[in-house]
Design a protein around this ligand. Structure first.
Ligand SMILES: [Zn+2]
Length: 391
């Protein structure tokens, strides 16, 4: 089965950075960009240079310090924004200007107060100008999922003819559902005759919790780039989460014949770095990178290993870079600490049971300096065996 490569476009530093509490200094942005480089993302959207001087400087600094990925900068579809994006991208080894304008009637009528024809002309002029300043040009018809599908087809055809190398279909307001996204992207492939000349991308928001599902539906219909962020941060409910996206494609290769250039063992460290920089914690039950994402697995680890890891494990913590938990429990640790470690592993014990387990634990701590999760689980299993025998 031949596998198509899906390009991972990371917008943590642009869409993600726009979310409340997530603003970063230039130094922090460069640090995160270098980690994204190690992670293996194909494109880093480094910022929106026309938005502020700080953003322009950050794009420049990232372009100068990350040579492997394509560096992208956002620009509205006007000459001044595009010129600024082009200047900021000058140090990039490979640059991309990402320009956009809204195409849905609701945005045209209330936000832009322009006709469809005017907007289409402006989009094409913007793409043509951007081509003179960057190696690649991406165009986004903002609010694409609420745009009249026939008009969307017309826009896509004309901006590809104007020179766009990537066409991104944004679900700007997080409104679509997977079947609808699949239908929309399929329609573009059927109706737009020059579609083969550009890469089709999607950018999904998570207002209904469907960002990753919608992105996968788009991939199945022919999209070959997905836009996502670390920990799923971004405007409102956030963007498609990069780690979920990548692991869904990896774990379900049987159903999804696609691959990415991501080194998944860097997923958890990248998530941790973002948390450290922004101070915003990941929810404990967040898939892949949440504190509890593998807690159940750890709780039955020993038992599962004896039978077959696959009984409870669809992926290993190591595959996403979660380090093996080494407990800081030693012979001087108290009952309370022991109890909370058990709770973290999914076990609840009465005071009486905790007392008995605690004695076993101190015996073990006498002979073993470092007590791991696996040791604690073995202890519990031994305890259950004995309780069963004495009952
Ligand atoms: Zn967005």
């Amino acid at each position: 089965m031949s596998q198509h490569t899906i390009r991972i476009f990371d917008t943590t530093l642009r869409d993600g950075e726009q979310s409340p509490g997530c603003s970063m200094t230039i130094h922090e942005k460069v640090r995160l960009a270098q980690q994204l480089d190690r992670l293996g993302v194909d494109i880093i959207e480094a910022g929106f240079p026309a938005a502020s001087e700080g953003d322009a400087k950050a794009v420049q600094a990232i372009a100068a310090n990350c040579s492997r990925p394509v560096i992208a900068a956002l620009a509205r579809a006007n000459c001044e924004d595009i010129r600024r994006a082009g200047v900021s991208l000058e140090p990039a080894r490979r640059s991309r200007i990402h320009t956009f304008i809204a195409t849905s009637d609701i945005h045209l009528q209330f936000k832009l107060r322009r006709s469809r024809e005017e907007v289409l002309e402006q989009a094409c002029l913007a793409v043509e100008f951007a081509r003179t300043l960057a190696d690649e040009v991406e165009f986004s018809p903002e609010d694409a999922t609420r745009t009249d599908p026939d008009f969307l087809c017309q826009v896509v055809r004309e901006i590809i003819a104007a020179g766009a190398t990537v066409v991104n279909i944004p679900d700007t307001v997080g409104y679509t559902i997977p079947t609808e996204m699949h239908r929309l992207v399929s329609r573009l492939f059927e109706k737009v005759d020059n579609i083969g000349e550009a890469t089709i991308s999607v950018h999904c928001h998570n207002d209904l919790g469907l960002a990753v599902a919608n992105s996968i539906a788009a991939i199945e219909a022919g999209a070959r780039q997905v836009e996502c962020t670390i920990n799923g941060i971004g405007e409102r409910a956030g963007n498609a989460s990069l780690e979920e996206m990548v692991m869904a494609l990896r774990v379900r290769q049987d159903a999804l014949p696609f691959t990415t250039n991501i080194n998944s063992t860097h997923l958890f460290p990248t998530s941790q770095l973002l948390t450290e920089i922004t101070g915003i914690q990941v929810q404990p039950n967040k898939a892949i990178v949440g504190r509890n994402a593998f807690a159940h697995e750890a709780g039955i680890h020993q038992d599962g290993m004896l039978k077959n890891r696959l009984t409870y494990e669809i992926m290993t913590p190591e595959s996403v870079g979660v380090p093996e938990t080494k407990l800081v429990l030693g012979k001087h640790s108290g009952r309370h600490a022991l109890r909370s470690h058990f709770e973290r592993l999914g076990y609840q014990f009465s005071t009486f049971e905790t007392d008995r387990l605690y004695r076993k634990f101190t015996d073990l701590a006498d002979v073993k300096k470092e007590i791991t999760d696996a040791d604690l689980i073995a202890l519990v299993q031994e305890f259950h065996q004995q309780t069963k025998l004495s009952a």
